[in-house]
Design a protein around this ligand. Structure first.
Ligand code: NAD
Length: 412
């Protein structure tokens, strides 16, 4: 039977543990979440009824700094998924060296069927429910699937009503309300730096390289736009409503205007339709899953016709898919590195909030680039030390950093 999301993350972690000879004691310590919270969120709906939703926050590890991780609003949010995503955050923050631990949260709901007023009430209720366990030096949420700067603004406002002015309690806020310049684009920009470095190592470049992108939300659309600006050809993209394809590359700025007008990529003039399933196995240089988890699995990983899989999404490969890709020589650029640009600029936002000082967008982007390139060099060093995959190398670096912090702090 296929592993669930949390088991998959632990499967990848175990590989790293085995390689560096970590004992069983650490295995338990570093895999077990510190705290798992599940809350009931009753709110009045627009039609006069009461809606009852379930919210989650899993705080995985804080040995290196306050818990940090996004909030997802989706009908499939559950404990297993949030647990896996929280663990990934611990390794991601450690890998890129930002002074945070790992957490994740979410609400099981379908935001597409909810009004803005209902989403606001739900968000405020959630803040009240978890408010005692979060804070600028305790646990700092951020946007993820189906959450955005507006939701972060409500979050900040609700928390501040009880605790005083606290913009650093959440990142990914609107730029007009203590958000950071460059945060919106950060995850996609970080993905672009990640693949640029990999291509460079292999004697290639973004220019002329062919990309297929699943998901055209925050991560997918920024990645597509920034890569297109650098001469990359985006052959196909998709969203929850379907996919589109154009053999000589899509005009991404025009596609973004189409999405702003219609709400979806489908029926973009001059493109052909393609299903999400076919898109994942379309021939290209770089396949970029940037939507949801476990989209590459034992059934389709053997059919992937890309040289690289760039994990814009968290956990897009099952354990089986990851092994199949490795065996077939497809290079996987793992989530904990590929999409770490978001939490990196969240860190910059948090520091700006604590200092009440604003950085320029150029400064944010330069520091982000330095962080991504530095992390890439660290991963390559481990790859040559252990002759292992990029995923295992990324986990090794992250685990070493968390183990050191855990040891230094002691367990008393
Ligand atoms: P988003 O809500 O902005 O966009 C999600 C996109 O995926 C949308 O285009 C949606 O239509 C599409 N989608 C949803 N279901 C789909 C399906 N079944 N098939 C195809 N497309 C589908 O979310 P996002 O913030 O871009 O996050 C995407 C992924 O990136 C998630 O895995 C998230 O955890 C990860 N991530 C996000 C950030 C961030 O800063 N936002 C940071 C790191 C990782």
């Amino acid at each position: 039977m296929a592993m669930n999301a949390a088991e998959t993350t632990n499967y990848f972690l175990r590989r790293a543990f085995e390689l560096i000879g970590m004992g069983r004691r650490y295995e338990v310590l570093l895999m077990t979440p510190s705290r798992e919270l599940r809350v009931e969120l009753p709110i009045p709906m627009d039609d006069g009824s009461i809606g009852n939703f379930i919210g989650y926050r899993v705080q995985h590890d804080n040995s290196r700094g306050p818990f940090k991780g996004g909030l997802r609003y989706h009908h499939e949010v559950n404990t297993d998924e949030v647990r896996s995503l929280a663990s990934l955050m611990t390794w991601k923050t450690a890998l890129v060296g930002v002074p945070f631990g790992g957490a994740k949260g979410g609400i099981e709901c379908d935001p597409r069927t909810m009004s803005s007023g209902e989403l606001e009430r739900l968000t405020r209720r959630f803040v009240d429910a978890i408010g005692d366990l979060i804070g600028p030096h305790t646990d700092i949420p951020a946007p993820d699937v189906n959450t955005n700067a507006q939701i972060m603004a409500w979050f900040f406002d609700q928390y501040s009503r009880r605790h005083g002015f606290q913009p650093a309690v959440v990142t990914g806020k609107p730029v007009e309300l203590h958000g950071s310049l460059g945060r919106g684009a950060a995850t996609g920009r970080g993905c672009m730096f990640a693949i640029r470095e990999c291509l460079r190592t292999d004697g290639a470049s973004l220019e002329g390289a062919r990309f297929v992108v699943q998901g055209f939300g925050n991560v997918g659309s920024w990645f597509a736009r920034l890569t297109h600006e650098r001469g990359g050809k985006i052959l196909a993209v998709s969203d929850v409503s379907g996919g589109i394809f154009k053999g000589d590359g899509l005009d991404i700025p025009a596609l973004q205007r189409h999405v702003a007008e219609t709400g979806s990529v489908v029926e973009f003039p001059g493109s052909e339709p393609i299903s999400n399933a076919d898109l994942l196995t379309h021939e290209c240089d770089v396949l970029v899953p940037a939507a949801l988890g476990h989209v590459l699995n034992a059934e389709n990983a053997g059919e992937v016709r890309a040289k690289y899989v760039l994990e814009g999404a968290n956990g897009p490969c099952t354990a089986e898919a990851s092994d199949i890709l490795d065996q077939r020589g497809v290079v996987t650029i793992p989530d904990i590195f590929a999409n770490a640009g978001g939490v990196t600029v969240s860190y910059f936002e948090w520091t700006q909030n604590l200092q009440n000082f604003r950085w320029t967008e150029d400064k944010v982007n330069e520091e982000l680039e330095k962080t991504m390139v530095g992390a890439y060099r660290g991963i390559r060093e481990v790859m040559s030390r252990y002759k292992c995959s990029m995923r295992t190398a990324a986990f090794v670096r992250a685990v070493e950093a968390v183990k050191t912090a855990t040891d230094m702090r002691g367990l008393q």
